[in-house]
Each structure stands twice: as structure tokens, then as C-alpha cells.
Design a protein around this ligand. Structure first.
Ligand code: ADP
Ligand code: MG
Length: 396
């Protein structure tokens, strides 16, 4: 076996369950969350809190809550305060209140019997357990949507108002409810809804620049030095941004692109690695569109694909693409179409999601048009187009 050097330094740092030390562009929200729970480090028995974190997939909800949980647990430990943070993914327990409660109790009593109790009894027992432990617990209910969906108002109400039922006793239970769409709380009755909607932290989708910062922060811990060129980071950010500002997608893409680089024994993640990784994740719908292109669209696209195969660049200029297109036309013995026509083709490619076009620079030479091929492997595209063009030339 040949000596193989991986681009990865530690790929577990790209794992979905890894919680990074820092959360770029969520610092403010982390501070706010700590602010909401500052009482828990001072007088945890006097108060209970409910916070809701809402946002789309990949906006950092889970990471934010976990980071907060680890930080506050550490802080409590150094101050000698009895405080626990328990994170439960409700979906893993099929949104069942019974299974969720059973799990939470088993965190404190690993040998807790699995049978013989109702959800109601488990609720009482949970408080009992926390009383015995003399501990305030922050229970983070992740994917809370599934609990609401499965159990509806009553269960949610009972769970979140548990504290209020016991006046003048030590406060034991605070909640962080994490959910994707606050609209789904519309299924609940008004009073349950109002108990949930007090402190809301809304996470917006990440911008392209924010995604680039997040990825750049992760790269040094996950990859070897120089394994991820900045061009590649930009391409991954662009893709994650167009897939709805989803950081999870960006990190997975980076990991897969690394796998392609390793498989081909490359020193670094080239843009082509990213395109291959992206086309393995994104459904290959775009390939189905290729046969519908007219002859010169195919020729022009073939020229673009070849340029990407040869150049290892993430972006090529329209001028380069036009020159490559003339060469392809010569090869197929047809006369090339005009600049205006190519410009129209390029617009169609964008609409189909094949290429992307950006107009940049206003220097002395005027604006230049950049073309990128973010989602499809250039090698694959070249192969597909060759096959289609060969078939067409056989027909004539
Ligand atoms: P959600 O729970 O909203 O779907 P996650 O918290 O699971 O999103 O985040 C998805 C991925 O992106 C995780 O790997 C997480 O570590 C990472 N991530 C999200 N936001 C950030 C951030 N601000 N900084 C660093 N990593 C982040
Ligand atoms: Mg999550």
C-alpha cells in the first residue's frame, strides 16, 4: 500500500454531534441565553426559567444550546452550585412524553425501571428525583416540534407548568425548548402557547459571509494546514448559502469533499472535490435537463466543463469560456454563435441551476463576467455532454 497522507487532521471535528468551542455569529445569542439563566448560578432554588430557541435547519440551534449547557455546567462546578444541564432530542424518543421523561429520570437513576408507570407518575417522580438530588436542572428539549405534534396541548402544558404547581418549594426545573417553526405552536391552545412564548431567541439563516467565517473557524481543527484553499471555502459557503443558509450542509460538504480529496490522493480540497461532493448530496435533477439543451448550448457548456477540468479554478471568465467554445465549434465543424447568444445561454444555464454567473469588477477593462459550476462535477458534466453530442452526431 502506498503511503497515504490524509487531508484531515481530525475528521471528528466535522461530526454532526461535535460542539465547537466558539460559535461565530452566535455570540450575542449565547450571551442572551446566559443572561436568561444567570439566576441559576446565584439562587437556583428561587426561580425557574423557560426559553425558546427557534430557527430553520442548520441555523445553530442545537449547537447554541449545547455550548450554553457545557459552559454553564462548568461555571456551576467552579462555583460549587448544584446545577445540571440535560439535553434531549425529542425526535429520538418519537415525541413521546413518556419516553422522554423516562430518559430524563434515567440520567439521574440509570437503573430506573422501564415499566409500570404512567407519564403523569413520571412527571411527579422527576420532581421527586430532583428534590432528592437537591439540584436545579435545565432541561433542553430539542426538536420540540415532535413533542407538540405527538402529544398536543395538554402534555406540553403539564410539562412546562410543572413548577408552578408547587408553590413555596424549591424550584427544580427550567426549560429550553428548541423548535424549527414557531408557527406550529398554533396547534396549541392559547394558554399553553403563552407559557412557551416568553423568552424567544430567533436564529436567522446565515449569510454567505457568516457561513464562510463558521467554516474558516472549523478548518484548522479538522484539516491539515493548507489542505483547504480559500477558493474552496468560498465555494462551499456559496453552496451552503444557496441551500438556505444551512451550516450543517456546509460542514457536511466540507467533510465529503475531504473524502474525495483523500480518495484521489490529493494534497488539498480542490473546487472539483467540492463539486463532486455536492453532486453526491444534491439530487442529480440537473443532469436530466442536459438532453433538452439545443446543440450550441451543449457545445458551450462542454467548453465550460473542459475549462473547469483543466484549470482547477472555482470561477472562470466569460472571455475564457468564449475562446474554449470556438475551439469546440471547430472540433464539431460548426460556426460559432454570437457573444449575445452565448450570454443568453448562460442565463438559461443559471435558471436550470447548472452554472452561476456573477458580474464583477468595474476597472479600466470594464465589467467582467465570472462563471462558476458549483453543483456538478466538471468531469461528470463533460462526460455526459460528450455522450449526448456523440449520439446527436450519429443521428445526422
Ligand atoms: P440546527 O440544530 O439549527 O439544525 P446545528 O446546531 O445542528 O443546527 O448546526 C448544524 C451544524 O453547523 C453543526 O455541525 C454545528 O456545529 C454547526 N454550526 C452551526 N452554527 C454554528 C456557528 N455559529 N459556529 C460554528 N458552528 C456552527
Ligand atoms: Mg438541531
Amino acid at each position: 500500500m502506498a503511503l497515504h497522507h490524509s487531508v484531515f487532521r481530525d475528521e471528528t471535528k466535522l461530526d454532526i454531534n461535535y460542539v465547537p468551542n466558539r460559535l461565530p455569529h452566535r455570540e450575542g445569542q449565547l450571551r442572551l441565553l446566559k443572561e436568561f439563566f444567570s439566576f441559576a448560578l446565584q439562587s437556583p432554588e428561587k426561580m425557574a426559567q423557560r426559553v425558546m430557541i427557534a430557527g430553520d435547519v442548520g441555523t445553530g440551534k442545537t449547537a447554541l444550546s449545547q455550548r450554553f449547557g457545557t459552559d454553564i455546567t462548568h461555571e456551576a462546578l467552579t462555583r460549587g452550585v448544584r446545577l445540571r444541564y440535560v439535553h434531549v432530542n425529542c425526535r429520538e424518543y418519537r415525541g413521546s412524553l413518556f419516553l422522554i421523561l423516562q430518559h430524563v429520570i434515567s440520567v439521574f437513576h440509570p437503573n430506573f425501571p422501564k415499566r409500570g408507570y404512567s407519564a403523569e407518575e413520571l412527571l411527579d417522580m422527576l420532581i421527586q428525583v430532583l428534590d432528592e438530588e437537591n439540584t436545579h436542572t435545565i432541561l433542553s428539549l430539542d426538536e420540540f416540534d415532535s413533542l407538540v405534534e405527538k402529544e398536543g396541548s395538554e402534555a406540553v402544558y403539564k410539562l412546562t407548568r410543572l413548577q408552578e404547581m408547587r408553590q413555596n418549594k424549591a424550584q427544580r426545573l427550567s426549560f429550553i425548548n428548541i423548535l424549527r417553526s414557531p408557527e406550529m405552536l398554533g396547534h396549541l391552545d392559547a394558554s399553553t402557547r403563552s407559557t412557551l412564548q416568553s423568552n424567544v431567541i430567533n436564529l436567522q439563516k446565515y449569510s454567505r459571509c457568516e457561513l464562510s467565517d463558521i467554516l474558516s473557524d472549523r478548518i484548522p481543527v479538522a484539516f491539515n494546514p493548507f489542505a483547504v484553499p480559500s477558493e474552496t471555502v468560498e465555494l462551499v459557503s456559496e453552496l451552503a448559502f444557496s441551500e438556505s443558509g444551512n451550516a450543517r450542509f456546509g460542514i457536511e460538504l466540507l467533510w465529503r469533499a475531504g473524502k474525495y480529496a483523500d480518495a484521489e490522493n490529493l494534497q488539498a480540497l480542490t473546487p472539483e472535490c467540492v463539486r463532486k461532493a455536492a453532486s453526491s448530496i444534491i439530487p442529480a435533477v440537473r443532469k436530466d435537463e442536459l438532453p433538452t439543451l439545443v446543440l450550441h448550448e451543449k457545445l458551450f457548456l462542454l467548453a465550460i466543463a473542459r475549462l473547469f477540468v483543466q484549470s482547477q479554478k472555482a470561477v472562470i471568465s466569460l472571455a475564457e469560456a468564449e475562446r474554449a467554445y470556438s475551439v469546440v465549434c471547430e472540433e464539431f465543424s460548426v460556426s460559432p454563435n454570437s457573444h449575445t447568444q452565448l450570454w443568453k445561454y448562460l442565463k438559461d444555464f443559471s435558471k436550470l441551476g447548472i452554472t452561476e454567473t456573477e458580474v464583477a469588477g468595474t476597472g479600466s477593462r470594464g465589467r467582467s463576467t465570472g462563471i462558476s459550476l458549483p453543483r456538478i462535477s466538471a468531469e461528470e458534466l463533460e462526460r455526459e455532454l460528450r455522450t449526448l453530442l456523440d449520439q446527436e452526431s450519429k443521428k445526422t
